[in-house]
Design a protein. Structure first.
Length: 228
């Protein structure tokens, strides 16, 4: 699924670049009236490439970051033509990490615990953004705020035993599945572009970085929306 998403990323990039080219070509035409002058709100839907670091899960891991698609819907309120508050709800696909741990055992016997960690993250975001430029077809913006994540983790564990004391014997024992949900607040920073297709319809792309002690979640988003 992630490989399919990665193949789609160039399509979205080309689309955004095409819109920017059209926007520049329209610069000689009448610019759109700033959203704050005619409309106080905008709404958009997004698809994103989401990466998260979950390296502190115990044992040894083959990698610390997982990748998965992310979908979100958001609404924004303009207080001025530059200052805007955004609220968004997002869900991710399934991300996966594998960890293993060697257990103490007698000579010629090896015991390992293998854990398959599966993640799904739902996020409610509140961001205060500053949109640059006025009456333009393309607006850069910066923002900061808070993400509240509901993270569901499922762990499937197997005990693998290799006994070579007489004849080689390999045994796998499946242990009970564990599922837990945590609520985790994170600070978030956003930077991106809003490019108008018409006076009200727009495309938007941005990068979001969420962090506690350090950056542990990143999303590269592409969306389409409407001022109203």
């Amino acid at each position: 699924m992630c490989n399919t998403w990665l193949r789609l990323v160039p399509v979205f990039v080309v689309s955004i670049l095409s819109v920017a080219e059209v926007a520049l070509a329209q610069a000689s035409a009448s610019a759109p009236v700033a959203a704050a002058e005619e409309a106080r709100f905008d709404a958009a839907g997004y698809v994103a490439w989401f990466r998260a670091n979950r390296g502190g899960i115990g044992g040894q891991t083959f990698r610390d970051w997982f990748s998965t698609p992310r979908l979100s819907l958001g609404i924004g309120c303009y207080w001025t033509e530059h200052l805007k508050t955004e609220v968004e709800f997002a869900i991710t696909g399934q991300g996966r990490l594998v960890s293993f741990e060697e257990l103490e055992s007698e000579p010629d016997v090896s015991r390992y615990l293998y854990r398959d960690h599966t993640y799904r993250v739902s996020t409610l975001s509140l961001v205060q953004a500053w949109q640059f430029r006025r009456n333009a077809w393309v607006h850069p913006f910066l923002g900061a705020g808070i993400d509240v994540d509901w993270e569901r983790r499922t762990v499937e564990t197997s005990l693998q035993v290799s006994d070579n004391r007489t004849e080689p014997v390999f045994t796998v024992v499946t242990l009970p599945r564990e599922t837990r949900t945590e609520v985790i607040p994170r600070a978030v920073a956003v930077a991106g572009l809003k490019a108008y297709l018409t006076r009200n319809a727009f495309l938007r792309t941005d990068v979001r970085a969420s962090f506690r002690e350090s950056v542990d979640q990143v999303a590269w988003r592409f969306g389409i929306g409407l001022d109203f």
